[in-house]
Design a protein around this ligand. Structure first.
Ligand code: MG
Length: 383
């Protein structure tokens, strides 16, 4: 079934407030809508990514360098098409994307991801099957947590702020929260996690995310303190600064029983292999809008299963729901319960997400099963 036409549409929307995590802040919500048109009229369509600085470059690589490799090809051949994209040499006239500079690789992998994911939607529609059924179909609904617990604004009481957010997360139907740490002192962050546990009660799922904010010794101090306080934290996410992955993570894993979750900061399956073998991590939250799409994410998930490592997914519930539902070792799907943090999730898809009593239902229509509202795409497109 031949691919006839490909569209890459950049969107961006300004947020009403700025959200602060351990090492960064967020002021807008960009994403890329990708459409893959097949000869029989089927259109694969999805959105993903939230890259701001290099969004234009990603769209250019999709349109000018990767789409020509796919046009006229059979969309069903996902291994062959993925290798063709991954092994492309993108000559930009002055330097290219395959060199030892760090940044360009991320541009290439995000471009591959957007196309690979849209092709999976097309495959599902072609076969008349939801993507999670194509990949394995472990279950029809998935536990859902909310990303939140950003740092309070000036004047807000940190304990009251996190308690209010726990209430909000519950009101949306999530069974837990992933809260930010790593920006304040260890004592202040510990007090915020304790306040979240007090507000949530014993069954509320709490995970903490430092966004690579600490050196290994501070990460050890924080994890040991959380264990001593018996806070019941489900995982510690991205504890250690970017330059000390593997060895730093391995050191931490020998000092704490709290599962360590990393992977959203990596863009290759080989890096995930090293995080397991050399970093001793327990969970990978690889992101299929960054790592090369559903094809590579599922390869990593298969590797992880054989190495007793669980799979999470960083954000992107519109695709992550299918990946977590397909895999028996998948954990939670993540949303932003605060609609001001991710207004696109609540405006762009029609009838998604469907959340109740801590679980999100997997859309049952073919492909990702999510229709994007064309009028919303037109409102926020920036090309
Ligand atoms: Mg994270």
């Amino acid at each position: 079934m031949k691919i006839e036409h490909i569209e890459a549409i950049p969107l961006d929307m300004q947020l009403e407030e700025v959200f602060k995590g351990g090492t960064y802040q967020v002021a807008s919500r960009p994403t890329i809508v990708t459409r893959v048109h097949l000869a029989n009229g089927v259109v694969g369509e999805t959105y993903g990514g939230d890259e701001f600085h290099t969004q234009t470059e990603i769209v250019s690589v999709m349109r000018d360098h990767l789409a020509p490799l796919l046009l006229g090809q059979d969309v069903r051949d996902f291994q062959r098409l993925w290798e063709a994209m991954f092994n492309v040499n993108v000559d930009l006239g002055n330097r290219g994307l395959h060199q030892l500079d760090m940044h360009p690789r991320g541009i290439l992998l995000q471009a591959i991801s957007a196309l690979d994911n849209a092709m999976w939607d097309a495959r599902g529609k072609l076969y008349g099957v939801p993507v999670y059924k194509l990949l394995g179909g472990s279950r029809d609904s998935v536990p859902v947590i909310s990303i939140g617990g950003y740092y309070p604004k000036n004047g807000e009481d940190p304990a009251e702020a996190i308690a209010a957010e726990v209430d909000l997360v519950r009101s949306v139907g999530c069974m837990g929260i992933k809260m930010k740490v790593g920006r304040a002192s260890l004592e202040e962050d510990l007090a915020r996690v304790r306040a979240a546990r007090q507000a949530g009660g014993p069954d509320f799922v709490i995970t903490v995310d430092a966004n690579q904010g600490w050196d290994p010794l501070d990460a050890i101090k924080f994890c040991v303190a959380m264990e001593r306080a018996d806070l019941g934290v489900r995982w510690m996410e991205e504890p250690i600064k970017w330059y000390d992955q593997t060895d730093g993570l391995m050191l931490l894993s020998t000092r704490t029983t709290i599962p360590i979750n990393v992977g959203q900061g990596e863009i290759s399956g080989r890096a995930c292999r090293d995080l397991i073998q050399k970093g001793g991590v327990s969970i990978l939250n690889l992101d299929c809008t960054l790592c090369g799409g559903v094809t590579e994410w599922q390869r990593v998930a298969d590797m992880a299963k054989l190495m007793n490592v669980e799979m999470a997914h960083h954000e992107e519930p519109q695709v992550a729901i299918h990946l977590i539902a397909a895999n028996p070792h998948g954990l939670f799907v993540e949303i932003f319960a605060n609609k001001r943090r991710d207004p696109l999730l609540w405006e762009l898809p029609d009838g998604f997400p469907d959340i109740a009593n801590g679980y999100m239902k997997v859309p049952q229509e073919p492909g990702f099963g999510i229709r994007l509202r064309p009028e919303v795409i037109e409102r926020y497109r920036i090309d």
